[in-house]
Each structure stands twice: as C-alpha cells, then as structure tokens.
Design a protein around this ligand. Structure first.
Ligand code: SAM
Length: 231
C-alpha cells in the first residue's frame, strides 16, 4: 500500500467504520474491545508472563489503546503506524496511554529485543503479501526471548467478512490473508509455535451465544481469526 493511504481516511475513520459495520449489529469500539478481552482471557488461561513492553503495530487512530492498557495495566505501551495523520489523532485521543511513533515502512524505530508482546489488528491485509515474511522477521527481532506476536485478521472464508471488506472505502486495496497462510509466513520468519484461533461467530442479535466462542475457536469460519506466535 501507499504509506500515506490511511492519511486520507484518518479523520473520517470512526464514522466510516461505524457505517460499514452496521450489518454486524455492533459499534467499532466493540470490535476493538473484544480482541483485547479475548487476548486477556487467553493470556490468563495459559498463565503467560505479564508483558513489560507492548507494541501496537499499525495502531491507526488508537482504537485498541484503551483496551490494551486495561488488559495489561502494568505494561509500557508503544503505538506505531505508517500514517502520520492517524498517529496524530491517536495522540490527541489518548495522550497519556502510549508513546506514539511513525514507521517509514522500512526501519522500525525501536531497539532489537525490546518488546514482550507485539499486537497488530487488521493491518496485514493492507500490506503487500510479498512483504509479509520480511516484516514478520523484523517484528521477531523486536521481541525478547519468550516474547509473543498476536495478529488479528479478517477471515476470508467468512461471507459476511468478505461483504464488509468489499463495501469498506478504506479496504479498497485490501487483500485478505487466509489463516493458514499467515501462520506459515510467521513460521518462515523465524517464529516457533504459531497457534491460530477463530472468533466473531455471532453477530449483535446473537450476542447471548458469545460465551460459547472459546469452544468454537478451532472452527475456521469465524468472522476474524488471530495468531499467537511464540518467538
Ligand atoms: C484498518 S487500519 C487498523 C488500525 C488499528 N489497528 C485498528 O484496529 O483500528 C490499518 C492500519 O494499518 C496501517 N498500516 C498499513 N501498512 C502498514 C505498515 N506497513 N506498517 C504499519 N502500519 C501499517 C494503516 O496506516 C492503518 O492505520
């Protein structure tokens, strides 16, 4: 993608997103929050060590920051994006939550082995697939031994997801990544074990069924999926 593609969507990002997600029966903040609720639940269930340094890679206008901060209250947060306008908006919305950095798409402005958790939500379908392995290798180098990369993505198998992406102005140049392919790319980049879980099985009107989702996680039809890759 053009590094500044999201500069032109940054100001209307929330309104556009809200409009586009109407079919799901939920507001954008629900989608930001459920990812971190899910991650926190998994972190606790697996007794993973509390991260000291957490990076939100491709933070956009900062939708995940309050929920990252709530899920990992003792962590130092860094948020990074290629879109300067998005970073400026994130910094205005959440001035005290994270250190905001611009990434030029080549050199990540962070020291090697400086992060315990890298979180990325709905970013990789905006990045040329041919660049994924090299980028995952770059992220791997940022992690301390035992660190983890968590990537949430849209599931191309799910027809509602495909409809939402096809009708979303800022997904015009998006290319969805099948879950198995994303995990394969992470392993090629040097990650050891990569676990994949599916989420987003029930739209708003069926929300009372959501407590069942942890049991459905292996079934590859949820609206989204995430990978937990171990460095
Ligand atoms: C759909 S938005 C998601 C933003 C945020 N993660 C969220 O969940 O609201 C995709 C973001 O990825 C960013 N992005 C695109 N290419 C990137 C790259 N190579 N490195 C880092 N961020 C990138 C865009 O600028 C945009 O802010």
């Amino acid at each position: 993608m053009d590094a500044a593609e999201f500069d032109k969507f940054a100001e209307e990002y929330l309104a556009t997103h809200k409009d586009n997600l109407r079919i799901s029966g939920e507001e954008p903040d629900y989608f930001a929050r459920y990812k971190l609720d899910e991650l926190r639940r998994l972190w606790t269930a697996k007794s993973l060590p509390e991260p000291h340094d957490v990076l939100d890679f491709g933070c956009g206008i900062g939708a995940s920051l309050p929920w990252l901060s709530q899920a990992f209250p003792n962590a130092r947060l860094t948020a990074l994006d290629v879109s300067q306008k998005s970073i400026d908006i994130a910094a205005t919305r959440f001035p005290d939550l994270a250190t905001m950095l611009r990434y030029d798409g080549e050199v990540v402005p962070l020291a090697p082995a400086s992060q315990d958790l890298i979180f990325s939500a709905c970013v990789f379908h905006h990045i040329d697939h041919g660049a994924h392995v090299a980028l995952f290798a770059r992220l791997h180098a940022l992690l301390r031994p035992g660190g983890r990369l968590v990537v949430f993505e849209h599931n191309p198998i799910n027809p509602v997801t495909r409809y939402i992406v096809a009708t979303c102005p800022f997904d015009e140049n998006a290319h969805l990544v099948p879950a198995g392919e994303l995990a394969k790319r992470q392993r090629s980049a040097g990650f050891g074990r990569v676990e994949t879980r599916f989420t987003g099985f029930f739209p708003g009107p069926l929300r009372m069924l959501r407590p069942l989702e942890p049991w459905l996680a292996p079934i590859p039809v949820g609206a989204q999926y995430y990978t937990l890759a171990h460095a």
